[in-house]
Design a protein. Structure first.
Length: 133
């Protein structure tokens, strides 16, 4: 599998789950359960994909995608692993935390959509670091 496809999966999968969470917002009481399941699946899959990219970068030494725009080397892989684990843990913790908010159903749906949109932006910001030739 090409590195560009790996980066695309890493960046677009959480956005897909974000759109699915957004689509569930009008389902009433079942929306909270559906959004919780989609949020859990999204952050779990994001962790797996991040660790997969890290493993690939460790095996290859460094990987490039989208020309030279996206780059992960050993240190970048370490930070990507840290970001993936921290993102996963905060996502899991937020499920219980957001249940206690006033208007929890609407608040959690908005939170899950924004959370799943935010994580790929952190990964892109990190992977699109300055690469000097």
């Amino acid at each position: 599998m090409s590195y560009s496809v790996m980066f695309a999966l890493l960046l677009l999968t959480p956005l897909l789950f974000s759109l699915l969470c957004f689509a569930c917002r009008k389902r009433g009481h079942s929306a909270t359960r559906a959004v919780t399941v989609l949020h859990s699946l999204g952050i779990t899959l994001l962790l797996i994909l991040a660790l997969w990219v890290v493993q690939t970068a460790a095996d290859a030494g460094e990987i490039f995608a989208a020309g030279l725009w996206l780059h992960i080397d050993g240190l970048g892989g370490l930070f990507l692993a840290i970001l993936g684990v921290i993102g996963f843990l905060t996502g899991v913790y937020s499920i219980g935390y957001m249940r206690h908010e006033v208007g929890a159903r609407r608040a959690f749906t908005r939170y899950a959509v924004r959370f799943l949109r935010f994580l790929p932006s952190v990964f892109v910001h990190h992977a699109a670091g300055c690469y000097q030739q």
